[in-house]
Design a protein around this ligand. Structure first.
Ligand SMILES: Cc1cc2nc3c(=O)[nH]c(=O)nc-3n(C[C@H](O)[C@H](O)[C@H](O)COP(=O)(O)OP(=O)(O)OC[C@H]3O[C@@H](n4cnc5c(N)ncnc54)[C@H](O)[C@@H]3O)c2cc1C
Length: 378
């Protein structure tokens, strides 16, 4: 097995690391305290080609999955909130438009979206439909050749500044379809801004549709779940990479603090109890990274990676929570103070256990995949 990054992958990691260190980190605390969409950083990420990474040339720049995950880890090391805003654009907010839009709509939206000039978002969750997508009530009806949407979505990342909304809606009893709705469409309203404990600069709102005409149907009627499955493993690996980034930030801050902080006449890094935290943090961070990169490698080889991506996301996000918590213990009172970033890491990391499927749902999926494959062998 070859664990080495290629020169191109190394270069991408270095590029996004410099961006995160020089531009994102200096603003991360202020963006958390006084949340606003990170407009300039988003534009810079676009200039670095982040939004086009996972789309083939000539519209995108055709980066491999591991390169993308390395970039996501670096952005998340800079600020998980900035990474959340950028990953919404790079994957979920653009994926279905790129996959299905044709003709004039494609001409008008795809290239600007991959450059970050047209902002996208994805609307699936509803007040009464989270993990259980089939219980969504938003519905679409075709009249005179135009689809009209009615219903309410919630927790929609980047909704307040979105130009295009990819909307999942019911078109039949057990049938979900995907629609493109553009800002300014009649009956579309972006409602209540949701205050959050973490990833605060990634703005989240309710969105409602009142007989709103869609620009177009994306894919075929009923394509919702099959199309979502095409990108779900990648969304999960992306979330795992986000967890790696925030966990690494916490780990590095804690190790460096443990060497500087002295109690009882020696650096706290010399106490066994603190060493245990450091060893657990480092081991779990490395294990999470290997699992994530292995699942990405399987995807690149064309091997099955549905359960592998779920395992990576489950492990990395739970490890991130634990690593941020252990970091906070090492900093003790300074880990509790909001002038240091540790408490922000802890709040932000929590997002990674919800977005892209909760840990509980992932465990159910992994167990189902396991028993299915065992039954297949019998
Ligand atoms: C910061 C943030 C940004 C988000 N951005 C978006 C976005 O842009 N677009 C969008 O559509 N959504 C978005 N979401 C919503 C997110 O996808 C949902 O929160 C997620 O799918 C979980 O749904 P829920 O919160 O309604 O929880 P529920 O589904 O109600 O789950 C509640 C609890 O029950 C458990 N549970 C549910 N079903 C099962 C089961 N079958 N087996 C075992 N346990 C189960 C869950 O794991 C959880 O612990 C965002 C959420 C957050 C926090």
């Amino acid at each position: 097995m070859d664990f080495a990054l290629t020169d191109d992958q190394q270069a991408i990691r270095d590029l996004f690391h410099r961006f995160a260190a020089d531009e994102i980190r200096p603003q991360a605390q202020a963006l958390d305290r006084d949340p606003r969409f990170p407009e300039e950083l988003f534009a810079q990420a676009g200039e670095l080609g982040f939004f086009g990474m996972r789309y083939p040339e000539p519209e995108g720049n055709g980066s491999d999955l591991l390169s993308y995950l390395l970039a996501v880890e670096e952005l998340s090391w800079g600020s998980l909130a900035v990474a959340a805003a950028c990953t919404m654009q790079s994957l979920m907010g653009t994926f279905f438009v790129h996959r299905f839009a044709t003709g004039e709509v494609r001409q008008r939206l795809v290239a600007p979206a991959l450059a970050g000039q047209v902002k996208g978002t994805i609307c699936m969750t509803e007040p009464d439909a989270g993990s259980d997508l089939f219980s969504m009530r938003t519905s679409a009806e075709e009249r005179d050749g135009t689809w009209h949407l009615s219903g309410q979505k919630t927790w929609i990342t980047s909704a307040p500044m979105a130009d295009m909304f990819t909307v999942f809606a019911r078109t039949g009893d057990k049938e979900l379809s995907i629609f493109l709705v553009e800002q300014g469409a009649p009956g579309l309203s972006v409602g209540r801004f949701i205050e959050k404990m973490g990833v605060r600069a990634s703005l989240t709102s309710e969105v409602s549709f009142d007989n709103t005409p869609a620009t177009c149907l994306l894919g075929k009627v009923g394509a919702g779940i099959p199309a979502l499955r095409e990108v779900l493993a990648e969304i999960r690996l992306m979330t795992a990479a986000m967890a790696l980034g925030v966990a690494r930030a916490a780990y590095e801050d804690a190790v460096s603090y443990s060497l500087e902080r002295a109690q009882f006449g020696k650096p706290i890094a010399r106490f066994q109890a603190v060493q245990e935290h450091i060893a657990e943090m480092r081991t779990k961070l490395e294990a999470a990274r290997q699992l994530t990169h292995w699942a990405a490698w399987r995807s690149t080889q064309g091997l099955e990676n549905t359960d592998q991506a779920s395992m990576a996301k489950l492990y990395a996000s739970e490890a991130a929570m634990e690593i941020c918590d252990r970091a906070a213990r090492i900093l003790a009172s300074y880990g509790f103070a909001n002038e240091y970033p540790i408490e922000r890491y802890l709040r932000d990391a929590r997002f990674t256990i919800i977005g892209g499927g909760t840990s509980e749902i992932l465990r159910v999926n992994i167990a189902r995949g396991t028993t299915r494959s065992w039954q297949g062998q019998a």
